[in-house]
Write a protein that binds this ligand. Structure first.
Ligand SMILES: Nc1nc2c(c(=O)[nH]1)N[C@H]1C(S)=C(S)[C@@H](COP(=O)(O)OP(=O)(O)OC[C@H]3O[C@@H](n4cnc5c(N)ncnc54)[C@H](O)[C@@H]3O)O[C@H]1N2
Ligand code: MOO
Length: 406
């Protein structure tokens, strides 16, 4: 055996140590992407009264059972201006869409289906009981629960929240994630790049993934490959009281991979180091106090895949979301694949929909974890199980889609 932790077990161990963050109240206008900390209940009934779905005439259906029925118009009901009177036998009230149906009336005749002459309307069609009337409570009733706690709020839900009578919503606090890149070779984009240097890129993807999951990213820049510099940067990171601290790089076994010993010295207790996956093998996970510490590998693709598989689920659990783990979906292989070794493979792949409507995933020929271009071009990650035997084009497989905003 390899002694590396299986992906699912690594994720389960990370999630087991996390609880939903406390609740806070935010104005409806700021609730997009937040997660409900309590069920969303109706504070009112909608529509509050029987209401007209059309412009026309509110009548008694029994008065207009056949074309030619003649009715006297006695008033008008508009949206926001109800008709206070009652529609009696032989009478009608002019009515507009969204207006309360006056007492006595039980059907709406469309204005296209009548002829009007002064105070008189003559039906060209028979009225039908209840036709074009939205009954009170058709949409929801006071006290009903419409969305459960743990639901992440989309744009539609904000309209629902407003209609239910909420000006503010109770949501979980945003998880705070501190990001610290490490490496003498790294400079931020836009800064002069020395002869032995490259541009630090990983933090941008990780911060983006954090925000996409509703978290707040705190970028603490780049620490040098120097114990003192790294230790000082880590203290700055912990001082920001993050729910999660992410280090990038220095996770492996090289002489300059100082992250693990420095984290240990800073009081971090490690749960595990090294996962049976490719890319992302040298990821480490631990805790200091209330902070989850994830040490992601430096290779850009490794760090981003680890963020998808471990950081995003951790953020979902902290946010109180019902479903934390990523959900791969079934697909077919676009080409023959060799047998896999002991690591679960997450291969950058093109996706298309085959003739039978099933997604076809074709792994790119180069799977180097340093290469951002194929990651940017990929539409999905083709998952190859540890020790999967060789497989043929057309065989079933699993993929994780890489859709916007990732
Ligand atoms: N002898 C061994 N060597 C390596 C092993 C191993 O098992 N034995 N594992 C390899 C694997 S797998 C990975 S993944 C990498 C991870 O190494 P580190 O986490 O120590 O990462 P670094 O050495 O710091 O960096 C690797 C690579 O990535 C670049 N990098 C780092 N940070 C950033 C950043 N923020 N933005 C862009 N690029 C970054 C860095 O310059 C290096 O090129 O280790 C293998 N080695
Ligand atoms: O895990 Mo490393 O990520 O294979 O390059």
């Amino acid at each position: 055996m390899s002694g590396l932790l299986p992906v699912a077990e690594a994720r389960a161990r990370i999630l087991a140590g996390l609880d939903a963050l406390p609740a806070e109240t935010v104005p409806l206008s700021q609730a997009l992407g937040r997660t409900l900390a309590a069920p969303l209940d109706a504070l009112r009934t909608q529509p509050p009264w029987d209401c007209s779905a059309m412009d026309g005439y509110a009548v008694r259906a029994a008065d207009a059972t056949a074309p030619g029925a003649r009715l006297t118009v006695i008033g008008e009901a508009a949206a926001g201006r109800a008709f206070a009177g009652e529609v009696d036998a032989g009478q009608a009230a002019r009515i507009f869409t969204g207006a309360p149906v006056p007492r006595g009336a039980d059907a709406i005749l469309l204005q296209e289906d009548v002829d009007r002459d002064g105070d008189l309307v003559v039906a060209r069609e028979a009225a039908q009981l209840g036709r074009h009337i939205r009954a009170a409570g058709l949409d929801f009733r006071h006290g009903e629960t419409l969305l459960p706690a743990g639901h992440r709020l989309g744009a539609r839900d904000l309209a629902l929240g407003a209609a239910l009578g909420h000006a503010a919503l109770t949501v979980t606090r945003r998880p705070r994630v501190a990001l610290l890149a490490t490496g003498d070779e790294l400079v931020p984009p836009g800064a002069p790049v020395g002869p032995d240097q490259i541009v630090a890129s990983n933090s941008f993807a990780i911060a983006g993934a954090v925000r996409a999951e509703g978290g707040e990213a705190i970028d603490l820049g780049i620490a040098r490959d120097d114990r003192a510099d790294l230790a000082a940067a880590l203290e700055r990171a912990f001082a920001a009281k993050p729910d999660i601290l992410i280090t990038l790089g220095g996770a492996s076994v090289g002489d300059h991979d100082l992250v693990q010993p420095t984290l240990l010295e800073a009081g971090v207790t490690f749960d595990f180091w090294k996962i049976a996956m490719r890319p992302g093998k040298p990821m480490m996970a631990g805790r200091r106090g209330a902070t989850l510490v994830l040490g992601l590998p430096g290779n850009p693709v490794s760090s981003i895949v680890c963020a998808l598989l471990f950081l995003a689920p951790a953020l979902r659990k902290l946010s109180g979301r019902a479903e934390a783990a990523p959900r791969p979906r079934p697909a077919r292989l676009g080409r023959d694949m060799p047998a896999n070794d002991h690591r679960e493979d997450y291969m950058r792949a093109a996706l298309h929909v085959g003739d039978d409507g099933v997604t076809v995933a074709t792994a790119f020929p180069r799977q180097d974890s340093s290469m951002l271009r194929p990651l940017a071009e990929a539409e999905g990650l083709l998952i190859r199980a540890p020790n999967a035997p060789a497989a043929r084009a057309g065989d079933p497989c699993l993929v994780l889609e890489l859709a916007h905003p990732l």
